[in-house]
Design a binder for this molecule. Structure first.
Ligand SMILES: C[S@@+](CC[C@H](N)C(=O)[O-])C[C@H]1O[C@@H](n2cnc3c(N)ncnc32)[C@H](O)[C@@H]1O
Length: 305
């Protein structure tokens, strides 16, 4: 029996704060955050991401940026200090989150209350760079699909899963399997619109810890999107190879990796001690354990046309 994970009602009607859902952007935002001591330089998420994207994108040529699901707007606030000339559009399904964004982002920005998947494609075509930071795991995931259901179901969602699997030759490794339908429709929508640059990051089901962190950070791939239970809703991890396959089919050059490529945390004796100890002697230790786990659980994809 399939079920569909759909967070739209939660985001439209219930969410008032992201406090329960500590995003990496929000963890790095306070200037006194302990996470700033372990990243490559003492800076916020937006500043470090802007610097990282400049490796692949000539940010001076980017005139229009759309951010979907911007949460409190911290990322875009930082982007605007790095690229003050840019015209910004913020799209969010949650009126509460849009209200937070308006407090933090210059009033010249445009704020649109909409489900990203319902956004006008013609409008997307005018955008140079679309940012989807920690949002696509909230989009619809169809769960517990068997081969038989995929072949025989008349449900619209299943037909769309089948279309995407066939059209983009997507590999499925489990039976039953969970399928990131919303995330894949979102990247397909941007590719069809011809958006020049696309950045997406989210919890991945294909990532793994690397280097000095491999032994003490137990992140390993499952290849089947799994549920992350949060306050009032659940999200699903993303099968990034499926996003990659769609972008490549549409002719994009794709760069992909884990968050630690962006933030470049280095192992230190103190960090090793914290990661190996199971007791949470201090709040700071708990925060750092989560943060370092996130460095390898989250993947990013940058698509350039
Ligand atoms: C986990 S928060 C991430 C916030 C921010 N990007 C960050 O990294 O801190 C998810 C954001 O996506 C928004 N969102 C969720 N589903 C959406 C949808 N279908 N369309 C547009 N926004 C959505 C939420 O309201 C929220 O602002």
């Amino acid at each position: 029996m399939i079920h569909i994970n759909d967070t739209r009602t939660y985001h439209k009607e219930q969410i008032t704060t992201l406090g329960w859902e500590l995003t990496v952007c929000n963890m790095l935002y306070p200037e006194n955050s302990p996470c700033r001591e372990v990243v490559k330089q003492d800076a916020s998420f937006g500043k470090l991401l802007h610097e990282f994207l400049s490796r692949y994108i000539d940010m001076k040529q980017v005139k229009t940026i759309l951010e979907a699901g911007g949460g409190y707007g911290f990322l875009m606030k930082d982007f605007l200090t790095c690229s003050p000339h840019v015209k910004v559009t913020m799209v969010d399904i949650s009126p509460a989150m849009l209200a937070e964004q308006k407090k933090n982002i210059d009033s010249h920005a445009t704020f649109i209350h909409s489900d990203f998947l319902e956004l006008d494609t013609a409008m997307l075509a005018t955008i140079d760079l679309v940012i989807c930071n920690e949002i696509v795991g909230d989009f619809i995931t169809v769960c517990d699909i068997t081969d038989e259901i995929l072949e025989s179901s008349a449900l619209d969602e299943i037909k769309e899963c089948k279309r995407l699997i066939n059209e983009y030759n997507l590999e499925i490794k489990a039976n039953p399997f969970n399928f990131n339908l919303g995330a894949l429709l979102a990247i397909e929508k941007m590719c069809k619109a011809g958006t020049k640059y696309i950045y997406i990051s989210e919890h991945s089901c294909e990532s793994e810890s690397q280097g000095d962190f491999r032994e003490c950070v137990p992140v390993r791939p499952t290849f089947n999107p799994y549920e992350i239970k949060l306050f009032g809703h659940s999200e699903y991890t993303i099968r990034f190879s499926h996003l990659e396959a769609i972008a490549r089919t549409w002719g994009y050059t794709v760069y992909r990796g884990v968050y630690n490529d962006i933030f470049q945390c280095r192992m230190t004796p103190k960090l090793q001690f914290i990661l190996n100890s199971t007791a949470s002697v201090k709040d700071e230790y708990e925060i750092l354990r989560q943060f370092i786990g996130d460095m390898f659980t989250y993947e990013y994809i940058v698509c350039c046309k």
